[in-house]
Each structure stands twice: as C-alpha cells, then as structure tokens.
Design a protein around this ligand. Structure first.
Ligand code: HEC
Ligand code: HEC
Ligand code: HEC
Ligand code: HEC
Length: 117
C-alpha cells in the first residue's frame, strides 16, 4: 500500500514532466509513443481534463483502434502468441504498460522469449 502510493506520487510527478515536454520527446513507453503518433492523453483516458493518479484505461479503448483478431493474426508465428492463448481475453495493459516499462505477464509462470513494446 505504502509502496503503491509512493510509486503513484512518483508517477504523477514524472507524468507532469512528460506532459510539459513536446509530443514525441520521449518514446520509451507506450503512452509516449502514442503521443508521438499525434494522439492525445484523452485518446486513452476518456475522461475530460488531465488524467489524475489512479487513472485507468479500459481495454475496449485499446481495441477501438487495435482489432484483437488482426493482432492475433499478426503475432501468430511467434513462440508463443501473446494475443491468442489459453488465458483468453487478457487486459492489454497487463503487458503494454502506459507510462512504465512493458512486461510479458506470461512469464509470471512461463519463460517465453518475447519483448513487449
Ligand atoms: C496509449 C494510451 C495512453 C496514453 C496516450 C496516455 N496514457 Fe496515461 N495511462 C495509460 C495506461 C495504460 C495507464 C495505467 C492504468 C491502466 O493500466 O489502466 C495510465 C495511467 C495514467 C495515470 C495514473 C498513474 C497512476 O500510477 O496512478 C495518469 C495520471 C496518466 N496515465 C496520465 C496521462 C497523461 C497526462 C497523458 C498525456 C500526456 C497520458 N496519460 C496519456 C495509457 C495512456
Ligand atoms: C486512437 C487510436 C489508438 C488507441 C485508443 C490506442 N492506440 Fe495503440 N496505436 C495507435 C496507432 C495509430 C499506432 C501506430 C501505428 C501502429 O503501429 O498500428 C499504435 C501503435 C501501438 C503499438 C505498437 C508499438 C508502439 O508502442 O508503438 C502498441 C503496442 C499499441 N499501440 C498498444 C496500445 C494499447 C495497449 C492501447 C490501450 C492502452 C492503445 N494502443 C490504444 C492508435 C491507438
Ligand atoms: C501477454 C502480453 C500481451 C498482451 C496481453 C497484449 N499484448 Fe500486444 N504485444 C505483446 C508482444 C510481446 C508484442 C510484440 C510481438 C512481436 O514481437 O512482434 C505485442 C505487439 C503488439 C502490437 C504491435 C503489433 C505489430 O506488429 O504491429 C500492438 C498494436 C499490440 N501488441 C496491441 C495490443 C492490444 C491492443 C492488446 C489488448 C487487446 C494487447 N496488445 C495485449 C504482448 C501482449
Ligand atoms: C498463472 C500462470 C500462467 C500464466 C500467467 C500463463 N500461463 Fe500458460 N500455462 C499455465 C499452466 C499451468 C499451463 C499448463 C502446463 C502444463 O499442462 O504443462 C500452461 C500452458 C501453456 C501452454 C502450453 C499449452 C499446451 O497445449 O501445451 C502455452 C503455449 C501457454 N501456456 C502459453 C501462455 C501464454 C502465451 C501466456 C501469456 C499470455 C501464458 N501462458 C500465461 C500457466 C500460466
């Protein structure tokens, strides 16, 4: 809990920095890259105004631009397919983090050699 609130505070101050930077200045994380594509905070955060700490993004929002069936096809040749597997409809942000390094949640249990953008 303490750790969470510290990282939320840290995250919020980092975000303040990112928000002040010109779009595309930092392309480390999923959100930065989307800003670099000319999209806005509201693209992912549907609520009006600047997103606040604790802000969440629904996977339906991601899916409104990225068709899951097409994604599954695109990554079908990988070992293993991150977009089609026994877990079913996994939340995109389990792997593609908004403002921190992405992960491969499969590797909580497995050891797959995939890099999540
Ligand atoms: C590509 C989509 C995307 C874009 C664009 C985006 N975010 Fe986020 N943001 C996320 C995701 C994903 C999370 C993590 C919450 C979740 O997993 O649902 C998040 C979380 C946050 C949080 C909560 C952080 C916390 O730890 O409580 C804030 C604040 C935030 N974003 C602000 C912003 C601001 C400001 C912008 C524009 C400069 C922005 N976001 C643009 C995807 C995005
Ligand atoms: C308004 C449309 C839109 C929304 C909403 C959106 N994206 Fe994207 N996304 C794009 C565009 C445009 C690109 C760049 C072209 C491409 O690679 O398809 C992109 C690229 C990506 C990429 C490719 C690698 C990268 O990061 O550049 C990933 C991964 C990604 N998006 C994940 C997500 C996730 C996860 C969410 C939800 C949190 C999301 N997107 C929400 C439009 C969107
Ligand atoms: C289990 C982890 C995981 C989940 C969950 C996940 N992804 Fe991915 N995603 C990946 C990995 C790994 C790659 C890179 C695949 C590769 O190496 O080409 C990727 C690639 C992508 C790309 C780039 C595809 C391309 O080659 O153009 C997009 C866009 C994307 N994901 C969107 C999403 C969206 C939207 C969701 C939710 C519906 C989602 N992902 C769920 C792991 C995940
Ligand atoms: C909570 C733990 C857990 C997570 C997370 C998880 N798996 Fe699994 N997975 C398992 C278990 C348990 C098995 C069954 C092992 C067995 O029967 O040998 C399995 C089996 C598999 C198999 C083998 C199935 C077969 O028919 O041989 C594949 C492939 C696989 N998982 C892919 C994935 C992918 C891709 C992800 C991420 C999207 C993932 N798993 C996430 C626990 C997990």
């Amino acid at each position: 809990m303490l750790k969470n609130s510290i990282s939320a505070a840290l995250c919020a101050s980092l975000l303040a920095l990112f928000a002040a930077a010109p779009a595309g200045a930092a392309d480390h994380f999923t959100a930065d890259r989307h800003l670099g594509y000319g999209l806005k905070c509201e693209t992912c955060h549907k609520s009006a105004g600047m997103p606040q700490p604790g802000a969440r993004v629904s996977k339906d929002t991601c899916k409104s631009c990225h068709d899951p069936a097409e994604l599954a096809k695109k990554t079908a040749k990988l070992d293993q397919n991150p977009h089609y597997n026994h877990l079913g409809d996994v939340n995109c942000t389990e792997c593609h983090k908004g403002h921190q390094p992405s992960t491969l949640m499969c590797n909580d249990c497995h050891k797959f050699n995939l890099k999540t953008p």
